[in-house]
Write a protein that binds this ligand. Structure first.
Ligand code: 5GP
Length: 200
């Protein structure tokens, strides 16, 4: 998706050649008009599957997922990272190692909000090693729901999450895939993607 790639080139900041900061438009200050365009692009790419719910993980997936949910006209459920007093009853849980914070979180989703009747589209901001996605996929499978697809804003193609998830057979649509990035020069290379809308 060229608009997102252009924005990453313009406003992304490379830390340590591994972490891309996009907090001026994606995960701190949020460009909602951009999210809307991203949502429309995922709607086009997943036009052939019935989606009943968007699933994401707190915190930075939530803003994007909310706008995407409007495009699909379905509710959003987000996996919570810590147990709070507001959470009661039965939960689906999974362990997720955080790439950016270098710690392990338990994620949880109430059994009230996901079940076998659901057709899920997972949405998240980044894909690095794929731990967050594996946790969300585990939650979907515990719910016996159908995972129709995964939409990622920025995949770091030089880390192995994308390959692992695609090898598992999941339909993964990343809007921008970074092949390489260099903190010293600021150079970012994107993977070329060719997309045609699926037949309905
Ligand atoms: P993974 O679980 O795939 O290793 O990492 C995905 C999660 O880590 C995302 O939900 C995102 O919050 C965070 N993350 C991974 N890489 C980056 C990055 O380069 N920049 C930012 N801002 N977040 C990242």
């Amino acid at each position: 998706m060229n608009i997102l790639e252009e924005r990453i080139r313009k406003d992304g900041i490379i830390n340590d050649n591994q972490v891309l900061k996009v907090d001026s438009f994606l995960n701190h200050q949020m460009d909602v008009a951009l999210f809307k365009q991203m949502g429309e692009e995922w709607k086009r790419r997943f036009a052939d599957v019935p989606i009943t719910k968007i699933l994401t993980i707190e915190a930075s997936g939530i803003g994007i997922a909310c706008i995407v949910s409007e495009c699909f006209n379905v509710p959003v459920v987000f996996a919570k990272k810590s147990r709070t007093i507001n959470i009661e009853g039965d939960m689906y849980t999974a362990q997720v190692e955080s790439f950016t914070h270098k710690c392990t979180n338990q994620i949880m989703v109430s059994k009230k909000f996901l079940g076998p009747e659901d057709h899920i589209l997972i949405i998240d901001d980044f894909l690095a090693n794929g731990c967050a996605l594996q946790g969300l996929i585990s939650v979907v499978s515990q719910a016996h729901a159908t995972l129709e697809g995964i939409g990622i804003a920025i995949e770091k193609g030089f880390q192995n999450g994308g390959q692992i998830i695609r090898n598992l057979g999941y339909r993964l649509e990343s809007l921008a895939i970074i092949e390489s990035m260099d903190g010293a020069t600021g150079q970012i290379t994107f993977r070329k993607q060719h997309h045609t809308a699926p037949q309905k």
